[in-house]
Design a protein around this ligand. Sequence first.
Ligand code: ASP
Ligand code: MG
Length: 406
Amino acid sequence: MALIVQKYGGSSVADAEKIRSVARRVAASAEGNQLVVVVSAMGRTTDQLVELSAQISPSPDPRELDMLLATGEQVTIALLAMALHALGRKARSLTGPQVGLKTDGAHGKARITEINAERVRQALDADAIAVVAGFQGLSDADEITTLGRGGSDLTAVALAAALKADVCEIYTDVDGVYTADPNVVPEARKLPRVAYDEMLEMASLGAKVLQSRSVEFAKKYGVAVHVRSTFKPDAGTLVTKEERQMEEVVVTAVTHDRSQAKVSILRVPDRPGLAAQVFGAIAANNIVVDMIVQNISRDGYTDMSFTVPRGDHARAVTALEAVAKKVGADGVAHDERIAKVSIVGVGMRSHSGVAVRMFAALAQEGINIQMISTSEIAISCVIEDKYAELAVRALHDTFDVGRGRA
Ligand code: ASP
Ligand code: MG
């Protein structure tokens, strides 16, 4: 008998019919196994609740916003438990606070501090399926908190770790992790396995399959996470610890991100403390900076460029214009028509010349590189947005991405 944690995302439980069909799948998995099911809010419920709160207040109190958002998951657990009862199965719905999911007090992005899962064990001991609300917990001050958008993934992984489950299955509307977006690259392959670090890079580079914090947590506690489709029976992708054999494949995935904008401050006096002033102004506006490039200094002046989320770029420009004036820079430029294309793979650690091959592949298509950044297992280039898909296809082809990954 195995102990299985399954998580179903919002699109998998979007209406009553879908909830009934999830119940059938859960019931079948519970045959001869102990089962814990974590669910998200139905469909776009969380977005709708956020929109609703915005109609009441432009800046709702974070405590009240969490109180509101946590209701979404509570609807799903009750309905799924009822659907399981209708199939003649024992099932018990439980909220985050009821399963002892303790967090810090950071509303909207709370961190898990402890899970005792006592009520889950009691349900399992009573031969019932435990149906747990994702995304929510209770702070030390007994306040309801949420774990950040997509946080049900984290609830599932954390419960799997606490219960020492045999596997954590994340059911979603895609059937696994691909070597590239199949809408852009028809030859993209589904990867049987990816290393935690690759998955983390892919998430931060624009491929959203699992919430990043859930992957960090899975890595820390060694939870194997199986990403698979709610609507198809096929095996999906196992996100797991790195194995030596994974390094034989140089590039595991090509990602692209069209959600950023480039901002530059021009002819900044080149002296100590200026970068701190520039980025201090950006940080003071709570804008997250991704890539940064500073040109070599000429006659005591330099240009600095960086990328920010597109939605924040107007605020970044305003903040930067004020700094430019103060420090005597020439001005500010910005460009929204950029895209970031990246290659990812643990194999980069042991293969050389990877960057050169990437740059050559882009050059061959006549694509100019505006910015470059690297990590141990990823290389990213900012290019003109209109070339994004061409670049992804060219890179996928050049590296025969994912080939040989078992
Ligand atoms: N319902 C929450 C959200 O939409 C949590 C989740 O779906 O994982 O972000
Ligand atoms: Mg999700």
